[in-house]
Design a protein around this ligand. Structure first.
Ligand code: AMP
Length: 211
């Protein structure tokens, strides 16, 4: 199995890029944020537990997250290439992946974006309830207010994209990120991408790196 991890602050574009890379190159994509939101919707115990942290912009405890990702990866066969988006977020999570030959990370891509850009991106973000497509009130508005261009589903704002939770999510990210970068840099697996550019420009960089 080949594991690629996307590191970056909330709003850095790693989710958008991970989805599109996986679609184009046939990789398997796991977003731990999406997995948790689905578990919340289905009222599964892990979702109920995680939601207490998510609404405050805090991290769900490592043992919960490590079990979630191990359960997702274990059925896959060794020929799969997997993009992880939103995992690892802490050093223990990174070490858990590396602790098994099957899930050892091949490359970590870090998306770098200035803080003020992140706040604007997150607070204006709107998501389609039906297909998950992402819009922005200013940078990428839908053709019709509150309606998805792709599937006509209703758009909503994630509860944790409001200003006060966003500020905490970015603070939490800052507190964990340096350790993660060090972990991958010291083992020569880190590449950094400037995420403060148009989606298609970042995308062609990633294709060159990972295709
Ligand atoms: P995201 O959609 O990636 O921004 O994740 C939304 C929220 O889910 C985060 O703010 C965390 O509360 C939680 N979460 C997602 N992935 C992780 C992880 N790897 N470790 C801890 N919490 C996570």
């Amino acid at each position: 199995m080949k594991i690629i991890v996307f590191l970056g602050a909330p709003g850095s574009g790693k989710g958008t890029q991970a989805k599109s890379l996986a679609d184009r190159l046939g990789f398997i994509h796991f977003s731990t944020g999406d997995m948790l939101r689905e578990a919340i919707q289905r009222k599964e115990p892990v979702g109920v537990q995680a939601n207490q942290y998510i609404v405050k912009g805090e991290l769900v405890p490592d043992p919960v997250m490590i079990e979630l990702i191990e359960n997702a990866l274990s059925p896959l066969n060794n020929t799969a290439t997997v993009v992880l988006d939103g995992f690892p977020r802490t050093l223990p999570q990174a070490k858990a992946l590396d602790s098994s030959a099957k899930t050892k990370v091949s490359i970590a891509v870090s998306f770098s974006v200035p803080q003020n850009v992140l706040v604007d991106r997150l607070t204006g973000r709107r998501i389609c309830k039906q297909c998950g497509a992402s819009y922005h009130t200013v940078f990428l508005p839908p053709k019709q207010d509150f309606i998805c261009d792709k599937c006509q589903g209703p758009l909503f704002q994630r509860p944790d994209d409001n200003q006060s939770v966003v500020v905490n999510r970015l603070k939490v990210f800052e507190s964990q990120n340096a350790d993660l970068l060090k972990h991958y840099e010291s083992t020569h697996r880190l590449v950094t991408v400037n995420g403060d550019r148009p989606v298609n420009v970042v995308q062609s960089d990633l294709d060159r790196l990972l295709g």
